[in-house]
Design a protein around this ligand. Structure first.
Ligand SMILES: Nc1c(NC[C@H](O)[C@H](O)[C@H](O)CO)[nH]c(=O)[nH]c1=O
Ligand SMILES: CC(=O)[C@@H](O)COP(=O)(O)O
Length: 160
């Protein structure tokens, strides 16, 4: 189902474990800050709404989405977190750079999920233009940060 047919911010709390005992890392890209801050706000609000404690959430900022992989890897290695949310916004420009950044970031985060025991949630918007990113970071299609937070809680609880 395309995002256009699904509000990213809608979730059923009865189907989500309480997050009070979990520690979360959030790595945020500084590119397209207005978008990534909207994603971060959606994620924080959902985590707290589902019982997470502010003191159990650590945030690091990285220059761009390409650096999300390293930032998430370092977060896992140095902080005791139960899940990491990697937040970025990649917007198509004039060149093929978009394709390489999106692919490398997706592959890097996928690799962390394979190579480590800590789930890393892919909260990276890959949009054709700024409006699409705004629509998915608290706009008319909801907030992918909210969606990512719910995924982080469910993955942190997996197997418990
Ligand atoms: N154009 C965007 C970038 N580009 C920067 C890269 O992510 C990276 O920081 C740089 O290549 C140095 O390694 N990053 C985004 O997150 N969003 C963009 O739209
Ligand atoms: C995703 C990018 O790196 C891109 O926004 C950079 O823009 P351009 O392709 O015009 O250099």
């Amino acid at each position: 189902m395309a995002t256009a047919n699904k509000n990213l911010s809608v979730y059923d709390k009865t189907s989500i474990p309480n997050a009070k005992d979990f520690r979360f890392g959030i790595v945020v890209s500084e590119w397209n800050t207005e978008v990534t801050e909207g994603l971060y706000n959606g994620a924080i609000e959902a985590l707290l709404d589902c019982g997470a404690v502010k003191e159990n959430i650590v945030r690091w900022d990285v220059p761009g989405s390409f650096e999300l992989t390293y930032g998430s890897k370092k977060m896992i290695a140095t902080k005791k977190v139960d899940a990491v949310i990697a937040i970025g916004s990649v917007i198509q420009g004039e060149t093929k750079h978009f394709d390489f950044v999106c692919s490398a970031t997706a592959q890097g985060i996928k690799d962390l999920n394979v190579l480590t025991d800590t789930p890393v949630i892919f909260c990276v918007l890959t949009d054709n233009n700024l409006q699409q990113a705004i629509d998915r970071s608290g706009g008319k299609h909801g907030n992918k940060g909210t969606e990512a937070a719910i995924a982080a809680i469910k993955m942190a609880a997996l197997g418990n």
